[in-house]
Design a protein around this ligand. Structure first.
Ligand code: IPD
Ligand code: CA
Ligand code: CA
Length: 265
């Protein structure tokens, strides 16, 4: 495996810089505009992505960078040497725009389409989750491990709701209903990257969602995998950031979790 030390340090320090920028900007006027109905963007999403991009370009001038607000197209069939950074400058923009202090910076680095470095920084709690492939996941330098629970009825799960009245929206509502009756509790935090980081940290046992984008999941799925969990599509196929669904768990519950999710689709 390539030595990823430099890339990991870079992802961690840029995620922190970006988070500090967001925390400062919270106290200024935040301008909100709409990319689509119910899909918000703020001036801070944009300035944060510019800041992250500039720093990555300084460190790795030849790498591709794909961010939510300005990004280039990510290669879907990447070649062996493709190096690409996937950035979500603020994951949880709706929370941010409402003054709800639950959002993060998410940075994933891929080689040949596989995430090999991840950094997720929550600036309001000053929590830095990071991982490198084969080297484990950490929270502020401490090793992370997914929960060891193997009883779905005692599990705490988290999800997000797709936009629009689609098949995926209907399925999510039915899954939400079924799982609310089956497990201990369900949360909807409003940041897919934090949802995945919390599964990695053993704070919750499972996360599922449809219609996420590569920058939402690129960092979080490596965190869960490196913390000992399992990540697939809701159909149970191996997960890639281009898939339209994700199911992440502590691993022990994965079979039961998928069976319940699939029972309504
Ligand atoms: C959103 C958040 C949310 C998820 C949405 C995402 P954004 O990202 O991750 O939890 O449910 O699907 O789009 O727009 O805040 O970067
Ligand atoms: Ca996002
Ligand atoms: Ca975003």
């Amino acid at each position: 495996m390539t030595d990823l030390h430099q890339e990991r340090r870079c992802a961690e320090s840029i995620a922190r810089l970006a988070g500090n920028h967001i925390r400062r900007e919270c106290n200024q006027q935040v301008d909100v505009s709409f990319k689509a109905p119910n899909d918000l963007v703020t001036n801070v999403d944009r300035s944060t992505e510019r800041l992250i991009t500039e720093h990555i370009q300084q460190a790795f001038p030849d790498d591709l960078i794909s961010g939510e607000e300005y990004g280039q197209q990510i290669p879907e069939g990447p070649s062996e040497n493709d190096r690409c950074w996937l950035i979500d400058p603020i994951d949880g923009t709706l929370n941010f725009s409402q003054g709800i202090p639950l959002f993060c910076v998410s940075i994933g680095f891929q080689i040949a389409g596989q995430t090999v470095v991840a950094a997720i920084y929550d600036p309001m709690r000053d929590e830095l989750f990071s991982a490198a492939k084969g080297d484990g996941a950490h929270l502020d330098g401490q090793p992370l491990k997914t929960s060891s629970l193997d009883d779905i009825s005692a599990s705490v799960l988290v999800t997000g709701f797709p936009l629009g009245d689609t098949q995926h929206f209907q399925w999510t509502m039915e899954q939400f209903d079924l799982l609310t009756r089956t497990c201990r509790g369900i949360r909807r935090l409003g940041s897919a990257a934090i949802d995945l980081a919390y599964v990695a940290a053993g704070r919750m046992e499972g996360f599922w969602e449809y219609d996420l984008k590569p920058w939402d999941t690129a960092a979080g799925y490596l965190l869960v995998s490196e913390a000992g969990g399992q990540v697939t599509t809701i159909d149970g196929a191996p997960f890639s950031v281009h898939d339209s669904s994700v199911a992440a768990s502590n691993g022990n519950l994965h079979g039961d979790f998928l069976r319940l999710l699939q029972s309504v689709t």
